[in-house]
Structure formats: C-alpha cells, structure tokens
Ligand binder design. Structure first.
Ligand code: ATP
Ligand code: MG
Length: 382
C-alpha cells in the first residue's frame, strides 16, 4: 500500500501546457478522482504517474520514493485504460495471467539463464483464481474475449490489473465503453472492490456524476490547472470558483449577473427585474463589492415554487417573479425553464407544482445556499 504525491507536476508538449504545476497528496487507500472536461490534462497526468510520459518538471512520489526516473514496470502500479485491449486469441485466464507469466527476475547470468520467471505457476494460479472470484469471472476463465459481454471484458481488464497486486491503481475512464446501465452497475462494483482491496486509486473521468459517486476526494482540472480538490460534498456546497460551480452538479448552477448594493444595513443583489437579499452571515465579505457587478450562483434545486410547502420561508427578500417558458417533468421533480427579466434560470421543483407555460410564477431563492463570485477572478466571495 502507498500514498502518491505530486509536486508541481508539469507537462509541456511544445507550446501546449497539458498539465500545469499539479500538486496533490493522495493518501494510502484513498480513491481520488481526477475530473475535468476533454483535453484538460487528465490522461497526461495519469500517464506521468504511470511512467509512460516523462514529466517536464516537478516530482512524483509513490510512498516516500521519488519515482521520476523509475521505469514503469518498477513503479508497482497497474493501469486500466478506457480501451482495455484484451488479446483476442487468448482465454480469459491467459489474458489475466499474461503480465505475470512475462515478468522476469534478474539473475545476473548470461542469456538464456539471464532471467527466470518472477512467479511460479502455483502463484499465478492463486492470483488469477482470487481475482476471478472477486470479479465473478470464475466460470468464464476458459472463454475468449469475443464470447464475453462488454461488462465482462471490462472486468477481465480489471482482473489483469488486480493480479499484479500493485500498490497503486491508475484508471483512465475505464467505464466509458459500457452502456449507461452497465456503467452504473460496474461503478458500484468498482467501489465495493476498492473497499475490499484498499488499494490507493487514481481514477480519471470527465463525468461529474461518476466523480461525485465514486471519489473519496475529487480533484477538478481545467486547462491543465487544478481548480479545487475536496470531498464531493464540499465541492458541491463550497465551490472555489465559477468553473467548479458550473462543472459539479446537474443541471448546472444558475449564474446570474447582479449588482451588489447596500440596503437597510445589509446587502442586496439586484438583477434588474428582481432583487434578493444576500445572507446577513456573509455581510462582512461584501463591503468591497458594493456598487459592483458580481455573479450570483444558485442551484436549480435551491429554487422553490412559492405555492408549495417548502423548506424556506418566503420573504420579500427571497421571492422572485418569473415567467415560465418550458416545463420538463422528470418524475419526482419537474425542471422549469424560467425567465427573470433578461436572465434565464432553471429550477428543479416538486412535481406538485401548478406552474403553467406562458404564465407568471413566484419562486423562492434559498439565499442561504446561494454563492457569489468575483467578476474579475471568478473566485467565490462566499
Ligand atoms: N502526445 C501529445 N503531443 C501533443 N499534445 C498532446 C499530446 N498528448 C496530449 N496532448 C495535449 O495535451 C492536452 C491534454 O490532453 P489529455 O489527453 O491529457 O486530456 P484529457 O483530459 O485526458 O482529455 P479526454 O477527456 O479527452 O481524454 C490536450 O490539449 C492534448 O491535445
Ligand atoms: Mg483522456
């Protein structure tokens, strides 16, 4: 078992900075998710940890050991790729044991006595059988990959990594080839597997739902730069900037341009067509923004239909009159596309709502759950 530490890890491909001074401390046994949009540097970061890509600068430690100059095979890691590429002519057993059968121990003698197998047949057998048991592949060991379903093939690829009993797992979008239902199921299996094996894992995905459901912590990357690293709930409740706020959560947080003004000893956010009171608890942070335009962030699930019994008491300071443009029933909730003056707002309300397209509706913003972002830096003010 081992921790993984990245210190100012940077990768440049000519003028492209794929990963920009990435620093992370991944604890022993932790499941850390690297998430971000396509091209943000996730795969490059993972490949540097694996040793498949040389770092331009910065350090990688596995445990206490700097591994920048250690070859991939000696790093004690196993990587699972999106494209799991099983050998089609080999059985499941052979696919899983291939890496172990190949591994040699140096003996210092000239060839052909120069190396001997690192693992005995019995040891290989034990490892493959254990992994197959764990992954529910016991009865499939003699099949060829083409005789398996997509999910089973993905499990073989995982098995191939597990038999190596690595200190660290690196997984690059390992579920993206699976259909939606199987992905959810395999996601749960992976979490259970991680609990049982307790192997430090770095898991890459561009899917924020996958990140939220799987990660002990999530590191959010954008254009090579880490934006924030925290637990799923902290990212959701306290996003550090507009990028994280917009990336985590679905539908995305509403971002509304507002003017901040002082009023009756407190502060209000003026959106033109509406005015809401900012929470008194954060007043001390708002002074410098009085008279300025900021971005008010409010999640669709923190907006309520005023006509329904809600968690938040209606007041003049949190009620906004909107026009209803589109109604999308999703079952338990209803997604409302609303217009407040020049602003488009999405709300997720209870399906008892009597909202009608083309009519006006009073909604309540749960201002205690709101966010405010600096217009210049995009960093969270509160
Ligand atoms: N070998 C390479 N040569 C030049 N540029 C590269 C190379 N590999 C990656 N890049 C660039 O580095 C950036 C990061 O790429 P990377 O593959 O790490 O992104 P990613 O986050 O994994 O994206 P995706 O979600 O699409 O897999 C991109 O701009 C990409 O074009
Ligand atoms: Mg990638």
């Amino acid at each position: 078992m081992a921790s993984v530490t990245l210190r100012e890890l940077t990768k440049k491909f000519k003028e492209v900075v794929a990963v920009d001074r990435l620093s992370l401390e991944i604890q022993d046994k932790e499941f850390l998710v690297l998430v971000g949009p396509s091209g943000c540097g996730k795969t490059t970061a993972l490949r540097m940890v694996a040793g498949l890509e040389e770092a331009t600068s910065g350090e990688i430690l596995i445990g206490d050991r700097v591994v920048n100059d250690v070859s991939p095979k000696d790093r004690d890691i196993a990587m699972v790729f999106q494209n799991y590429a099983l050998y089609p002519h080999m059985s499941v057993y052979d696919n899983m044991s291939f890496g172990l059968r190949l591994k040699r121990e140096p003996t210092g003698k000239p060839w052909p006595m120069s190396s001997r197998r690192a693992f005995s047949k019995q040891e290989i057998d034990r490892r493959v059988n254990e992994a197959a048991e764990l992954l529910g592949l016991k009865t499939l060991l003699q099949r060829k990959p083409k005789q398996l379903s997509g999910g089973q093939r993905q499990r073989v690829a995982l098995g191939r990594a597990i038999v190596r009993e690595p200190k660290v797992f690196l997984m690059d979008e390992p579920l993206s080839n699976l259909d939606a239902k199987l992905r959810v199921q395999t996601r749960a299996e992976l979490i259970k597997l991680h609990r049982r094996l307790g192997i430090t894992t770095i898991y890459v995905t561009h899917d924020q739902v996958e990140a939220m459901t799987m990660g002990d912590r999530i590191a959010v990357l954008n254009e090579g730069v880490m934006q924030q690293c925290d637990t799923p709930l902290n990212l959701y409740n306290h996003p550090a900037n507009t990028f994280v706020a917009g990336f985590i959560g679905s539908p995305a947080m509403n971002m509304i341009k507002v003017s901040i003004r002082q009023k009756d000893g407190g502060y209000v956010a003026d959106g033109g067509a509406f005015q809401v009171e900012l929470p008194a608890a954060v007043s001390d942070k708002l002074g410098p923004y009085a008279g300025k335009v900021c971005t008010l962030g409010i999640r669709p699930e923190d907006i309520y239909d005023r006509n329904l019994e809600g968690l938040v008491k209606p007041t003049p300071g949190n009620t906004v009159t909107v026009g209803v443009d589109v109604i999308e029933p999703l079952g338990n909730d209803v997604e409302l596309y609303l217009t407040a003056g020049e602003h488009q707002v999405i709300a997720m309300v209870d399906n008892k709502t009597l909202a009608r397209v083309g009519e006006k509706l009073d909604v309540i913003f749960d201002m205690d759950k709101s966010h405010l972002f600096d217009p210049a830096t995009e960093a969270a003010i509160y």
